[in-house]
Design a protein around this ligand. Sequence first.
Ligand code: GRF
Length: 200
Amino acid sequence: MIKLDTKGTKKKKHIAIFASGAGSNAQKIIDHFKLTEKGVKVVLIASNNPKAGVLKIAEKENIPSLIFDRKKFYENGYLAELNKYKIDLIVLAGFLWKVPAELIQSYQNKIINIHPALLPKYGGKNMYGNFVHEAVLNTKEKESGITIHYVDEIYDNGTIIFQTKCEIDEYDTLQTLAKKVQILEHKYYPAVIEKLLSRP
Ligand code: GRF
């Protein structure tokens, strides 16, 4: 059902991004929806890390931000604060804390994550960033890629929405593989989000 606001215009879809680090994916997502008038807006950037680069991006882009306190996050999932933003999709982009069950239940099929490998391989607790690429290279895989999936109570376990691959050759190092995967993330995460939000 199409949602109209009080003036009768179509309501913008609201995204909240949760991130713990630099926020290069967050920046790509913000840019994508700023440049293309898709009726989607990033309304909140939340982080567990007060020093995260993504908070500087929020400031630069004039997007409200929220810093999670660990105790409170696992007590109530910040539901009251998040609900104020009328969020249609929570996008995890390098968010290192496990999402509490309360939040997952309140935002059923509305929380997605990107993982820098081809799940179900190379996922789970402590499998993030370069740890993932290192494991992929050590196993002498011929390919890696990205996985975008719904978030459930288990790390990197929810239903897969999208995957795409890149080749690994004998000259690849941690840095070159990380770059190949990051290029895929930046290209496809905004597009997949757009597609998810365009569904009625
Ligand atoms: C990405 O590689 C993403 O797959 C992973 O964390 C990284 C975040 O990077 N979950 P950035 O902060 O968006 O630059």
